[in-house]
Ligand binder design. Structure first.
Ligand code: SAM
Length: 239
């Protein structure tokens, strides 16, 4: 990859003979030795290959109405560190930031940077943006329970959701007037929805509740989007 090769050669100032650690984004880690450095390429010789599992025991999906600007970077960085499996940019009535192709590209780049920093070897998926309505249709405890074909396959980096129903044990929507969040003895995949600065509308909350989602509160203070997302990710990652 050009960007990584340039980083290795120009920023890390790698020289032939140096040993480096690599990961492929799907669970494999490598020790490799630099054999040659070109203008925008670095040749490496693999010395050792390891399959190391650093993932959560159960898939954890965060569907978040993205905050603006640099706050997206903070959100992505911390969700990667906490082991979240997939981030879905959530489109709601009062969402402001758009999940444009350029924005998704930027988020995926940030996933790689955060993974390098925290030693995670599997990339958190950045899904295509999804409306809250579609999310509720695809992941609801009270919807038809048979998962569509392929629904249980692990999410890929680009994680398209079309055609598959998300298999999940726990569907949680964060809302200040919900019931206090409680941990559960049940283990299983979980999905969390976090709203925009303007919050979810009453209709959105009602639609989620009707579909069997838990509407949970994180206390009497209003948290920013990324604080609510990270708090729930940390609480659910523990289970
Ligand atoms: N005025 C908005 C409201 O009443 O929902 C505040 C929105 S808050 C800045 C952004 C999102 O973070 C909310 O839609 C919700 O998902 C989550 N959130 C913030 N504070 C929360 C709390 N105390 N309990 C549960 N969720 C919260």
């Amino acid at each position: 990859v050009d960007a990584e090769a340039q980083h290795l050669a120009k920023v890390m100032r790698a020289k032939p003979g140096d040993e480096v650690s690599l990961f492929d984004g799907s669970g494999q880690e490598f020790t490799a030795r630099v054999s040659a450095i070109g203008k925008s390429t670095v040749e490496l010789e693999i010395v050792e290959r390891r399959q190391t599992d650093r993932e959560l025991k159960q898939a954890l999906t965060l569907a978040v109405s993205l905050p603006k600007g640099d706050r997206q970077k903070v959100l992505v960085e911390k969700l990667v560190e906490l082991g979240v499996t997939r981030l879905i940019p959530l489109d709601t009535a009062w969402s402001v930031a758009e999940g444009t192709p350029a924005a998704l590209l930027r988020l995926r780049r940030q996933v790689i940077e955060a993974s390098k920093q925290c030693g995670r070897n599997r990339l958190m998926g950045i899904a295509e943006p999804l409306s809250l309505q579609s999310l509720i249709q695809q992941a609801s405890p009270l919807a038809a329970t048979a998962p569509a074909e392929g629904a249980s396959a692990p999410p890929t980096f680009h994680a398209p959701l079309a055609r598959s129903r998300l298999t999940t044990e726990r569907c949680v929507l964060a809302h200040p007037s919900g019931v206090p969040f409680a941990s559960s003895n049940q283990t299983g995949p979980a999905i969390v929805a976090v709203g925009p600065e303007g919050g979810f509308t009453d209709d959105e909350v009602a639609a989620a509740a009707t579909a069997g989602w838990e509407i949970v509160s994180l206390g009497p203070r209003i948290l920013r989007i990324e604080t609510a997302a990270l708090a729930l990710a940390a609480l659910l990652a523990k289970q």
